[in-house]
Each structure stands twice: as C-alpha cells, then as structure tokens.
Design a protein around this ligand. Structure first.
Ligand SMILES: CC(C)(COP(=O)(O)OP(=O)(O)OC[C@H]1O[C@@H](n2cnc3c(N)ncnc32)[C@H](O)[C@@H]1OP(=O)(O)O)[C@@H](O)C(=O)NCCC(=O)NCCS
Length: 327
C-alpha cells in the first residue's frame, strides 16, 4: 500500500532536481527548506535572487544551498531562445517573441527541464492549471505512443484496518470532453499510475447508467470506451458503464450487475468528462476525508505537475516528491 517512504526511497537511490516556477512564494520556500534539509531532492527556484532571499528571510525559511535561477540573468538564455524557436518553428516564433515568452517563469522553468538542467517541474501555486500545463504541452510534448496528455488524482484515506485506502480518478483536470478513444488512453495511463501507488487497478467507466439501465449518447460513449479498453488491455479488470454506487458498493453491485468482477470493488475511476471528474474528486476530498494528490500529468515526456492555487506547503512538499519520483 502507498506510503511516501517508498517514494523517498526511490529518490534516495537516485536523487533528482526539481524546478519550482514560483520561487518566492512562501509555500514553495517552506517546501524547499524541508527538501534542502533532506538529501534526496534538490530544489531549483526560478525568480529574482534578491527577491527570493528576502521572501525567505521574511517568512523565516532556511533556503541555504538552494539553486536560484533568474531568467533575466541565465547564462544559457541565448541557447534557450534558439532551442525554443526551433521547438516552436511550426508557429513561426521569432527570437524577440521567444525572449518575451521565456522571461515568464512557467515557460522558462519548462525549458530548464527540456534542456536537462532539471529532472522535473512543479508549478501552479499562483499560475492557473492551463498556464502551468500549456508550456509542457507545447515544449515537452506527449511521450511516444501517446496521443494526449491526461491526468489523474490519487486519493488516500487511512482505513479502519490501519492500511491506507488508495484510489485513482481520471481525468479530472486536463481533457475537457475526452472522446471514446481518448478515454481508452486515459484509462490505460491511470491504471499504470495507480500501480505506482500500490493499487491493483480495477477500472470502472462511470456513468449515470449501469450496463444499459439508462440510455443516451453519453452512456454509449462510456460503454464503448470500456469495451475498447478491454480489447487493448485484456489483462486489466474493467467494467463499464457503471454508476458510482455499483462501482464501489458490493451490495449495490450484487443487485445491479451480479456477474461483474469489478463492480463493487473498483478503485480506478474513469469519468466521462472534466466536469464530472473535477467535481467527483473534490467530493471525495471534502466530504470523504481523502487526501488528494494531483493532478498528476500522464503521458508527458517528462514529469511536470500542477499545484492547486489553494495548496499549502505540506501539499507542495508531497507533490514535489511524487513528481520527482516519477522521473
Ligand atoms: C490543457 C489545456 C490548458 C490546453 O488548452 P489550450 O492551451 O487552450 O490548448 P490549445 O488547443 O491552444 O493547445 C496548445 C497546445 O497544447 C497541445 N494540447 C492541447 N491539449 C492537449 C492534450 N490534452 N494533450 C497533448 N497536447 C495537448 C496542442 O496540440 C497545442 O500544441 P501546439 O501549440 O504545439 O500546436 C486545456 O485543455 C484546459 O484548459 N483544460 C482544463 C484545465 C483546467 O482548468 N483544469 C481544472 C483545474 S485542475
């Protein structure tokens, strides 16, 4: 079962460098000071050095030893501009435009990963999800074999037996209206992500209908996606379409779909769209007492993740470890 100790062990064997795009945010500084006190993950703070040092002093966090990189004084800036123009040549970006774009920490930080100065990136303490994710989509791109970047949340709740209860939910943050084929990719990626967190994935494609009890295009989409996913990943336990109660309650599953091996025991949930997914994970978090980690971006060529703007320092610290351990 999932514990942060396992992820820290991974990093201790292979320490990594992680970029924080909002280098002078007090929550980032607190998380960075905690990371600096350990020896498994080195923070790189993007921003003006004097401003970052002043913010750290004012908020009382020791960031001695942190690497601080200011886009305006980065010695490889010209090289970065050239590389950026090359990566965006299909869009006709000029060096002048590139300089302006790369003076923004979200693009600059993403290029640090692209150029190999860092292994991972965590942003979004002040940037919106779209502004954190867009540079990654444009510059880091999807990994070979994938057609989209998607995301999942890992939800963790201590159970009565003392073992953490761990669930995966996707896609709650990136793809607004995924197609059937995109849902297949989302499910495959989410199941792989669930495994990293100690979950033996049992995948439910969620709907307002259970195996034909309701009718409509959205029902067909989830049923077809479940069938296609089963064809693509024959070893993966999959059911769909399922209502949420049939997916998680053995009692309801016995009534609504007694033949299903997944219904009643699902732990990896695929939502029909971002509305349902985003609302769904937040209900688990706010009313179900689950801790929510994510969105963890799936299908990207390098580990880059987004924070909620409402995050606290402890969440920044946890997400930094998750992000870097995936590197
Ligand atoms: C992810 C998101 C920001 C992309 O939107 P966008 O930047 O307007 O998208 P665009 O269509 O302009 O695409 C920008 C680039 O990203 C690529 N892209 C967009 N979505 C992608 C995806 N899901 N996977 C891979 N690449 C993607 C495009 O191909 C394009 O690449 P290019 O510039 O090299 O041609 C958008 O889907 C979004 O806002 N999602 C919801 C985010 C959110 O608010 N979540 C809730 C809070 S957690």
């Amino acid at each position: 079962m999932f514990g942060f100790g396992q992820l820290i062990d991974i990093l201790k064997k292979s320490p990594k460098k992680i970029v924080f795009t909002e280098g002078n945010d007090p929550r980032i500084l607190e998380a960075a000071s905690r990371l600096l006190a350990s020896n498994f993950l080195s923070p790189i703070l993007v921003g003006n050095e004097a401003e970052i040092q002043k913010a750290a002093e004012e908020s009382g966090f020791n960031i001695r030893g942190a690497k601080i990189i200011d886009p305006l004084h980065f010695e490889k800036f010209d090289e970065m501009v050239t590389m950026f123009c090359d990566l965006r040549k299909s869009k006709g970006v000029t060096p002048e435009q590139a300089k302006g774009i790369l003076s923004q920490a979200n693009y600059f930080g993403t290029m640090l990963v692209k150029m190999g100065y860092a292994d991972a990136l965590l942003g979004g303490a002040t940037y919106s999800t779209a502004d954190t994710v867009r540079p990654a989509l444009q510059l880091i791109k999807t990994k070979p074999g994938n057609s989209i970047v998607s995301s999942c949340f890992i939800l963790v709740r201590p159970s009565a037996t003392g073992e953490n209860e761990v669930l995966a939910m996707a896609d709650c943050a990136i793809n607004i209206h995924p197609t059937e084929d995109e849902l297949v990719e989302i499910a495959g990626e989410a199941a792989e992500c669930a495994k990293i967190f100690g979950v033996d994935p049992k995948v439910a494609f969620l709907s307002y209908s259970t195996l034909g009890s309701g009718k409509g295009e959205d029902v067909d989409k989830m049923r077809n996606a479940a069938n296609k996913t089963r064809e693509k990943y024959p070893e993966l336990p999959i059911e769909g379409e399922l209502q949420f109660d049939a997916a998680v309650s053995p009692r309801v599953a016995r009534t609504k779909c007694p033949e299903s091996k997944v219904a009643g025991h699902a732990n990896t949930f695929i939502f029909p769209d971002i509305n349902a997914g985003n609302i769904g994970y937040k209900i688990a978090q706010r009313l179900g007492n689950f801790d929510a980690y994510g969105p963890i971006l799936l299908g990207l060529n390098a580990p880059i993740n987004d924070l909620s703007r409402g995050c606290n320092a402890s969440e920044v610290y946890s997400m930094a470890i998750i992000t870097a351990a995936l590197a």
